[in-house]
Design a protein around this ligand. Structure first.
Ligand code: PEP
Length: 250
């Protein structure tokens, strides 16, 4: 049984006060969520206060990235130990903005995943093709290298220790969503790939989220697909009334 996960990526939005207010709203909206999990990823500056605002709620807290080292000369980075210390249990890794705006490649994504797992954080491992790659017919090839290279040396014996998020780059923040057929096709492909890399009963339980302009209008159809186990939501996660409807997908 894969418990659906609805995850909000707040990107570089929200001052501390705004974040605490939004987190409080998400905690209230999620209080009746029994058969699904809810996660939010505020910016680093707000994590500490948001962790306090989420105490007693069932909302999980994630960072938007994480370093692979515990401490040291890594200016501008945040370690998994520091994140866990303030109550952060998950880390988004390999988001398309990290890959395409900040030049993070599969190798760096792999280091981050290994680092997160080493210190007991759950990586939300993002993969996705660009529009050019899709139009050139390279979608599956690109995704396969992202998965294989991103997971080098990553042991998964418990499916709860990793989440994969398929986010077609052309669908992030553009208002364009993959069709349910496109999403299901990729999710099934990724699951098959994982089944070849890990024990089958483990791969079949790893959650694969879809991300890319998820909104109240398309969430039900996406979530009705066999291999879509949740959503990674950007823009709509900043608006409580939209995120509410997404959390309560039917
Ligand atoms: C994201 O930030 O991961 C994302 C999918 O953004 P949006 O929902 O705005 O497309």
């Amino acid at each position: 049984m894969r418990t659906p996960l609805i995850a909000g990526n707040w990107k570089m939005h929200m001052t501390v006060n705004e974040a605490v207010e939004l987190a409080g709203a998400v905690a209230r909206l999620s209080s009746d969520a029994r058969d699904r999990e809810v996660m939010i990823a505020p910016p680093y500056t707000a994590l500490f206060e948001v962790a306090r605002a989420l105490e007693g709620s069932n909302v999980l807290l994630s960072s938007q990235n994480v370093c692979w080292e515990e401490k040291g000369a890594f200016t501008g980075e945040i370690s998994p130990v520091m994140l866990k210390d303030i109550g952060c249990s998950m880390a988004i890794i390999g988001h398309s903005e990290r890959r395409h705006v900040f030049g993070e490649d599969n190798k760096m994504v792999n280091k981050r995943i290994l680092g997160a797992q080493k210190f007991g954080m759950v990586p939300v491992f993002c993969i996705g093709e660009t529009l050019d790659e899709r139009e050139a017919g390279h979608t599956f090839k690109v995704l396969e290298s992202q998965v294989r290279e991103g997971l080098v040396g990553v042991e998964i014996s418990d499916p709860a220790t990793i989440v994969v998020a398929y986010e077609p780059v052309w669908a992030i923040g553009t208002g364009k969503t993959a069709t349910v057929v496109q999403a299901q096709e990729v999710h099934a492909f990724v699951r098959e790939l994982l089944a070849g890399m890990y024990q089958k009963n483990v791969a079949s339980e790893i959650r694969i989220l879809y991300g890319g302009s998820v909104n109240p209008e398309n969430v039900d159809a996406l979530m009705s697909e066999e291999d879509v186990d949740g959503a990674l939501v950007g823009g709509a996660a900043l608006k409580p009334e939209l995120f509410d409807r997404i959390i309560h997908f039917q």
